[in-house]
Design a protein around this ligand. Structure first.
Ligand SMILES: Nc1ncnc2c1ncn2[C@@H]1O[C@H](COP(=O)(O)OP(=O)(O)O)[C@@H](O)[C@H]1O
Ligand code: SF4
Ligand SMILES: [Mg+2]
Length: 322
């Protein structure tokens, strides 16, 4: 049984300018201990997809479809029931760790609060466990630094603290939404390595949300490419990086700097992601796609299995040689 099974998930927002369809029928599965990357440009619906899974949409948003965690349906659960799942089974970290930390409380107090509340530890036990968790996240001199305030930490260290806090309740799924976007490149790769370790050592499933396909290779098992709130392509990271089959995926990967030629950053996909409004007919990528044909504007490509391991939504996928 899959840990997380999302079926036909849709998210719409009511706004003064009309309805915005941000997520349009997403299907995905995460197995226990697996890591899945959700990749797409800004505005492609990545965060709203995660918020819908967590039951944390803004008040003007509505989610329909199915989100099963451990075979239990989360869509439509009342807040109290949802909070029980969220606080004990799923944890989420964000781009800016400062938004999740209380600037006026020492790290020690913020971390021990989680442990005393959710794992019933004494204050003393909670402090020891917090120091241990920080050690695991390679925060040096953890027993001293745990007495500090968030502003006394660097951005990278704050993100380590947040991962440690997220792990305090031993969640089975950790959702990391652009966790390294605000960090410099060296720190980015350290945090990515930590997340991979979290999966390997604790068996925690990880969903990594990012606009930067470059940080995915070597750090995740599977990936899902989102555009206009729809999955364009999914499959094993190793395969997609070698032979992307969707024109959008190829464009995204072309924009990734190559390690062997770091002076050469290939151009990103021409054109801008369209602002989502109401769901339109046709392929959402059509206006920017170099392979577009007449049918693409008329008929939305269905997401179909693409051997050996993936799924693709495109009327004219690239073949292996192109
Ligand atoms: N509360 C809201 N009301 C209306 N539109 C929203 C709201 N929240 C997000 N959106 C829209 O949903 C779309 C997807 O947003 P998001 O999931 O945050 O993108 P990203 O892939 O960058 O994380 C965006 O066009 C955004 O403007
Ligand atoms: S369906 Fe058509 S427009 Fe969309 S990505 Fe494929 S070829 Fe391009
Ligand atoms: Mg986002």
């Amino acid at each position: 049984m899959a840990l997380l099974r999302v079926r036909d998930l849709r998210v719409s927002f009511e706004t003064v300018d009309g309805r915005v369809d941000a997520v349009n029928g997403v299907d995905l599965t995460v197995e226990a201990g697996q890591s899945l990357a959700v990749v797409g440009e800004s505005g492609s619906g990545k965060s709203q997809l995660m918020f819908a899974i967590m039951g944390l949409l803004a008040r003007n948003g509505t989610a329909t479809g199915s989100v099963k965690f451990d075979d239990a349906e989360l869509i439509g659960l009342d807040d109290a029931a949802l909070n029980r799942v969220r606080s004990s089974q799923i944890a989420m970290i964000f781009q800016d760790p400062m938004t999740s930390l209380n600037p006026y409380m020492r790290i020690a107090d913020q971390m021990t609060e989680v442990l005393t509340l959710h794992r019933g530890m004494s204050r003393r036990e909670a402090l020891a466990e917090s120091v241990r968790l920080l050690d695991e996240m390679e925060v040096s001199d953890a027993s001293e630094r745990i007495g500090m305030y968030p502003h006394e930490f660097s951005g990278g260290m704050r993100q380590r603290v947040l991962i440690a806090m997220a792990l305090a309740c031993r969640p089975r799924l950790l959702i990391a939404d652009e966790p390294t976007t605000a960090l410099d490149v060296t720190v980015q790769s350290q945090i990515m390595r930590l997340l991979a370790e979290v999966r390997d050592r604790f068996g925690t499933a990880v969903i990594l949300v990012t606009h930067d396909a470059g940080i995915v290779a070597g750090n995740c098992d599977e990936m899902v490419v989102l555009y206009g709130g729809r999955i364009m392509e999914s499959g094993a990271v190793d395969r997609i990086f070698v032979v992307p089959r969707h024109p959008y995926t190829r464009g995204l990967l072309k924009a990734v700097p190559r390690l062997d030629r770091d002076d050469e950053r290939l151009p990103a996909i021409p054109g801008n992601p369209t602002n989502p409004g109401r769901l339109a007919p046709g392929c959402p990528f059509a206006v920017r796609c170099p392979r577009m044909i007449e049918r693409c504007e008329r008929e939305s490509p269905a997401l179909v299995p693409f051997p050996p391991d993936g799924r693709i939504a495109c009327h004219r996928p690239l073949d292996q040689a192109s």
